[in-house]
Design a protein around this ligand. Sequence first.
Ligand code: IVH
Length: 678
Amino acid sequence: MKVRDKKIIEKINLLRKEIEEHNRKYYVENNPVISDFEYDMLMQDLISLERDYPDLAVRNSPTNRVGSDLATSGKSQFEQAEHRYPMLSLGNTYDKAEILSFNERIAKLLNERVEYVCELKIDGSAISLTYSGGELVRAVTRGDGSRGDDITRNVLEIPSIPPKLTGRDYPDFFEIRGEIFMPWDSFNKLNQLRLSSEEELFANPRNAAAGSLKLLDPSEVSNRGLKSILYHLIADGLPAKTHYELLSAASHWGLPVSEHTRLCKSPDEVFAFLDYWDEKRKELPYPTDGVVIKVNDLDQQRRLGFTAKTPRWATAYKFKAEKALTRIVSLDYQVGRTGAVTPVANLIPVLLSGTTVKRASLHNYDQIRLLDLHINDYVYVEKGGEIIPKIVGIDPSRRSQDPVKISFPEFCPDCGSRLVKKEEEARHYCPNTKGCPTQIKAALLHFTGRKAMDILAGEATIEQLFQKGFVRKPSDLYKLTKENLLDLEGWKERSARRFLQSLEKSKSTSFSKVLFALGIRYIGETTAKNLAMHFTNIDNLISASAEELLDVEEVGEILVNSVKEYFADPDNILLIRELESFGILMAEEKRFSSDSNGTLPLAELTFVVSGVFSVSREQIKSKIESYGGKVTSAVSSKTDFLITGDSPGENKVKQAGKFNVKIISEQELEAMISVSPD
Ligand code: IVH
């Protein structure tokens, strides 16, 4: 083999692997890490390489397959259903010249007049609906194109999708495909809500829609503000000769179709549509990423047919990610909980993809240098896979007379400590973990957070307590008196009482949450749970050797070092002892631990919890977990018990019957765990 070939093979393999990985992040995890444009460019590279070296093309290359939204590991929570006709993807381009070639190719193949239908390409999640006798009987995701997840129950919660059709002239049995999407305002609201409850934010409305469709509780789906637009009718014996007429018929049956669809008699009319919407789409209440151009005549469509992955009668012209041009007014340097310093640009506010953007992140100093960025520069901001828009370029032609050079600060903007930068890390850090106000406040906020000690103290309260000098470390919170609180501006009897109650309640927070609350670097919720379960109390953890730590699930070397470093600091040990003296749990509760053999009473049992109980569902779940049981959200053949309170989910009870799962009450659960303490 020639050396050059070897290099090409390597490149192709690498591209395939990279694309597969991005497919998984996009379709399965709903959490893309690169922009659509970057993804499309990778795919284009692979397509051209495979075209240039046809002997290296393979059938299962990502260029020939539709990205799959099916979970690859573990069992899907949904039943899967076979598509009657494969659910394909579309060819796409960012280049108008290729739309002309598309038209020429079609004209040559058909050798007759062609009309096109132009539709907006909605940026949501593809769905296939089946109507039988005028009723919605099945809704399936695209999946891998051949089979998808049956999410009928969730789709029935979407108001714009009719469970029953109107009119009479619809085919008795047909499939209609389209997009389920989340309008900008619902997306912004949802993320705001998630921000306040400290949940991970969705990167964009497409991921939010796809994630919402896979929720296990249909009633939650109804709160997500999802909508639908349908665009592809399939049936034996269709009631029309053109795509345009089919859309109009679907609309008469009560199905949601787009109001922005246009019949175009020439390529010029197609281009006019593209130009109009490239600009006008910014005013639409929902996200779009291009225009789909389809041959209108159904018989022509049939003659053109399909390739393995896409129809030959349709293609997509994609808009470049929306970019906005604005000016940098100033730069802030934000210090995070762990001391990392991130430059954030303050911008002249500008509208971008449905939101007004005032700030954009710059990641680190290297990026500032690479862009040769100056204050007052005109910059392009873009939303990629991440939440905070990023600065992707500058417009040098608009540089002002007096550009202000940016030099990265040498000292922490907050406490003045000299910043450090490790060779292998891109970021600068403030090393003053214990004295830097920003880091102290961030650590306190983490401690009081919902997923940690759940104390009623948000950013504003922490700021007040810090300013007054009442609180410097988490244990100080437990020393607060009512008088201290009434001393804070705006605080009344009632707010002080509620705060102290939440403080009192936090003392019974489980050991794993306490461990998470301490904020040891790299210990997230799951690792905290694993560590708590494994070592059962803080002293075992403090004295654990590196080998013992490595025995714990998901613990690696970085974490071992972080744990060791944390406990080597006498101040941290002091903090733990103080917390302990206030009654905070530093061990899994005694009675949780097992019979005389050391096994937990619910070990190896899987539970599903449904209904209303004497305590919150969350409490029931954590009780099961602390006794060694596992809690999942859907009843399957692997479930051992369904615990029901008042008004349990109908479907769960039905599934329990189907899989022969034992249904028990809250009292019966209590009986299972009331093993006599040793
Ligand atoms: S037609 C065989 N029309 O974009 C027909 N797709 O990138 C293929 N999409 O898989 C689909 N708006 O999920 C079509 N008006 C529209 C669309 C549209 C959004 C999605 C769809 C498709 C993907 C391709």
